[in-house]
Design a protein. Structure first.
Length: 441
């Protein structure tokens, strides 16, 4: 992406010195390198949980918001709490810098944003607040979100499943400090340029979203209406199904399947059923499956599955955890295995069973007062309705879906590569500007 600018000179400053900090490298002679602790003070947020958010009140920021809702700065706060809840928290004002004190990955730990609103706000737990007046806070936020600064934050962090960092560690991070006038110029320059980059990324992400939505619509139409737009249709009398081709059927699953309860054995891989990827084609390693370390030793309690069986997690079926088996293996005792009575195209049924309409049908038939306790048992699964075209058409529909998915995936991957390049360019631009590798006037 080319961004024209009269403010950015490609030549280096005339005189440089070694910063002594690996990620910063050489900096202009008149710049300094300072520890955060040398020009500001740290404090902790606290006292606000998601459950305490309110539709009206004073602005509130949770640590999760910093990861999901904000980038470099916060101008408009998306959450509020009552004044009573806010009093047990930490109040911040304009130019306060906020770090995430915990996170899921070590790469993202300690993400930083600057608060740029004149209305005081209140911050929840796991937010570390840094307050200072010597430097431009927007420039500091850019500097503290460079790849090098992120590496420093990660290096000082601890934890595996949940990663933590602390003010005692953040205070020792060194960053480049140009004169304040240059800080403001760099921050202004980066604000404009990164806004343009963000616009381009947003457009491409929207394009991906529309491509995937279109693909899902076409798949659903193919699965439930077939490929011939001129075929004669009939009303099924089932509200959630509507009309189907005249020669198709709607049948109860008890006519298609019988329950399989065959024990597994040590020679077979343990397969899983995921909401996102249906039935796995190989056994997940312990690094992919946290529960792998506590598997049942007696493999006879697992259920054997064969190619073309339908397997589903009875506790997650209402969310779409169902699919066709492509590899002989065994599954958890908590899964239900449906053995086809006659010939089927398993992939066709998997696509149908993972559509929103069929998932909603599984949800309605699941037993349980709350989502956490919902179960889809065999007795209910066999009552579910399945749309059944002739087997030749099932195969044709799957071929159409496979080709459509491949075409869409190619375009999506290209868009994702373009987004990645834009993000890399943005990171390089920020790093070059805040370390003096390009001159901003």
């Amino acid at each position: 992406m080319k961004i024209a600018s009269t403010e950015m000179a490609t030549e280096d400053y005339r005189h440089f010195k070694n910063s002594g900090v690996e990620w910063i490298g050489r900096i202009p002679n008149h710049w300094q390198i300072n520890r955060l602790a040398s020009f500001g003070r740290f404090s902790k947020g606290g006292g606000i949980s998601k459950e305490e958010l309110a539709p009206e009140g004073v602005p509130a920021i949770l640590y999760g918001d910093i990861y999901t809702k904000y980038d470099i700065s916060i101008t408009n706060v998306c959450h509020k709490v009552t004044l009573e809840i806010a009093r047990k928290s930490k109040e911040i004002s304009r130019n306060s810098l906020l770090f995430t004190g915990s996170g899921e990955t070590i790469e993202d730990i300690g993400k930083c944003v600057v608060y740029l609103n004149d209305i005081p706000a209140f911050v929840g737990g796991d937010i570390i607040v840094f307050e200072q007046t010597e430097n431009d806070s927007l420039f500091l936020s850019y500097a503290l979100n460079t790849n090098g600064a992120r590496y420093e934050k990660a290096r000082f962090s601890k934890g595996e499943i949940v990663v933590h960092t602390y003010a005692s560690k953040l205070k020792d991070i060194y960053i480049p400090i140009p004169p304040k006038k240059e800080q403001r110029a760099i921050a202004k320059f980066l604000w404009r340029k990164t806004s343009i980059i963000k616009q381009a990324i947003d457009i491409k992400e929207k394009q991906i979203e529309l491509l995937e939505e279109r693909m899902q619509i076409l798949i659903y139409e193919a699965i439930t209406r077939g490929l011939d737009s001129n075929v004669r249709m009939k009303d099924t009398g089932v509200q959630w199904i509507g009309t189907i081709p005249d020669h198709w059927q709607v049948v109860a699953n008890r006519t298609l399947f019988e329950e399989r309860n065959e024990p597994g054995n040590d020679s077979l891989p343990i397969l899983s059923v995921s909401i996102h990827t249906a039935v796995s084609e190989e056994e997940l390693g312990d690094d992919q499956n946290v529960r792998g370390k506590v598997r049942i030793e007696d493999k006879s309690s697992y259920k054997r599955v064969y190619i073309n069986d339908i397997a589903f997690n009875m506790m997650r079926a209402w969310q779409g955890a169902i699919g066709v088996v492509h590899t002989e293996g065994m599954v958890s005792p908590a899964y239900i295995v449906a053995k086809p009575i006659g010939p089927i195209v398993g992939d066709y049924l998997e696509f149908q069973y993972r559509t929103n309409a069929f998932i909603q049908q599984m949800d309605r038939f699941s037993k349980g007062i709350t989502d956490f306790r919902k179960r889809l048992y065999w007795a209910e699964f066999k009552q579910l309705l399945t749309i059944l075209p002739p087997i030749e058409e099932q195969a044709e529909i799957i071929e159409f879906v496979v080709q459509l998915t491949k075409r869409t995936d190619r375009v999506v991957k290209q868009k994702e590569k373009e987004i990645e390049k834009l993000k890399e360019y943005k990171a390089t631009l920020i790093n070059s500007a805040v370390t003096g590798k390009i001159k901003v006037t």
